[in-house]
Design a protein around this ligand. Structure first.
Ligand SMILES: Nc1ncnc2c1ncn2[C@@H]1O[C@H](COP(=O)(O)OP(=O)(O)OP(=O)(O)O)[C@@H](O)[C@H]1O
Ligand code: SF4
Ligand SMILES: [Mg+2]
Length: 354
């Protein structure tokens, strides 16, 4: 049997070197690190490493999912990509342009290529602005628009997201949750971006409305060749939306795979646990048959355990896991950071036996 971290010849491969999409990627993130100062003791500053050596690329027109428990670093990764929080290290390029080291006009131009859709349409829209002003704001910030351009733009964007033209004079509180998210999407589209970062875009919505918004996002993607960085804790939504998925745990990517590999043959014990918590997905072939509960709480992010950061909760940890941090390695389809993935017995079996 071929090791999952090996190429066709059976050799272990470096994921960065095998990422076939790297050359043509719209967004490339390399070894991104974000740390927050969370106090000091006896003059020694304490830091929380929210994002640790995170690397990924997204091809034009692709949707990359970021999943993981609360506090795993998904939002901070996205904010650092957009330079809304400072990165301590790493590089981010958008369409080949260096995002972390540019300024002035170049930064403004790059920001227009990248927009956000947030989780909570209730709090992310300015309640004092009419819907048309909310949607046009990213453009009016750039300079004055003629009345006819404003009218044409707002009608075009409202139509694109399924809002009626007469709704443009209403205030955000006069819309339903789903409609408010449509306003958020129209606003994100205003600068004609190439990349949209969707941070839990449907988690505040009812299930029926969720699917309408997800379908809208998919339609817009195919019409406009949009690229999405899609953050969600809901694996059902991720399965519906994403081409590839990065699983984050305590600031690190622990598994990175195309959708089919991740859902059919998950590798990392943490991914197994996340999948086994979703009954409809758990029925699938690759997930461990028994439900795997992740014991305990995540470790204190300021004092991570040595070795593998999942060690305190992993049902199949061995001595090596306490000493050595596993690195992400594998094929272009699936990379995993776990010492035990090299063993002949599949992780699924180890978990089931344990
Ligand atoms: N401004 C900040 N100052 C200090 N710590 C922060 C700050 N922002 C985030 N953190 C910490 O960084 C870690 C990652 O947080 P982040 O919000 O990125 O997680 P997340 O995966 O998006 O979680 P959720 O699913 O709850 O949105 C957490 O431990 C969080 O407490
Ligand atoms: S490296 Fe060890 S502790 Fe970490 S996930 Fe793998 S088996 Fe568990
Ligand atoms: Mg978040």
């Amino acid at each position: 049997m071929n090791h999952p971290n090996s190429n066709a010849d059976g050799a272990l491969v470096d994921p960065a070197a095998t990422d076939a999409v790297t050359d043509t990627a719209l967004l490339q993130v390399q070894n991104l690190e974000v740390r927050f100062q969370v106090g000091s003791r006896f003059g020694v500053k304490k830091y929380l490493q929210a994002v640790d050596q995170v690397s990924f690329s997204i091809q034009r027109g692709e949707t990359l999912g970021l999943v993981g428990e609360s506090g795993s670093g998904k939002t901070t990764t996205a904010l650092a990509v957009a330079r809304l929080v400072s990165a301590a290290a790493g590089s981010v390029t958008l369409d080949g342009d260096d995002l972390l080291n540019c300024s002035g006009d170049q930064l403004r131009a790059l920001r227009h290529k990248m927009q956000f859709i947030f989780q909570d349409p209730y709090s992310s829209l300015n309640p004092r602005l009419r819907a048309e002003q909310v949607v046009l704001e990213p453009l009016t910030n750039l300079g004055k628009l003629s009345a006819s351009t404003q009218l044409e733009t707002i009608d075009r964007l409202f139509a694109a997201v399924g809002l009626r033209p007469e709704q443009k004079r209403l205030f955000p509180h006069q819309f339903s949750g789903g409609q408010r998210q449509r306003i958020g999407i129209a606003r994100a589209l205003a600068t004609n971006p190439e990349l949209i970062i969707c941070d839990e875009p449907v988690s505040a919505l009812d299930v029926a409305v969720q699917s309408q918004i997800l379908n809208l996002l998919r339609r817009l993607q195919s019409e406009r060749n949009l690229t999405y960085l899609f953050i969600s804790h809901d694996l059902g939504v991720v399965q519906h939306m994403c081409d590839r998925v990065a699983v984050m745990y305590m600031g690190r990517i622990v598994e990175f795979a195309d959708r089919k590999s991740l859902f059919n043959t998950p590798q990392h014990p943490y991914t197994h646990a996340l999948l086994s918590a979703v009954p409809s997905i758990n029925k699938r072939r690759g997930a461990a048959n028994t439900r795997i509960k992740i014991p305990g709480d995540p470790p204190d992010p300021v004092n991570l355990p040595s070795g593998c950061r999942f060690v305190s909760r992993c049902p199949i940890a061995i001595d090596r896991c306490r000493q050595e941090e596993p690195v992400l390695a594998g094929s272009a389809q699936q990379q995993v950071a776990c010492h035990r993935v090299a063993e002949p017995v599949p992780i699924r079996q180890l978990l089931a036996d344990g």
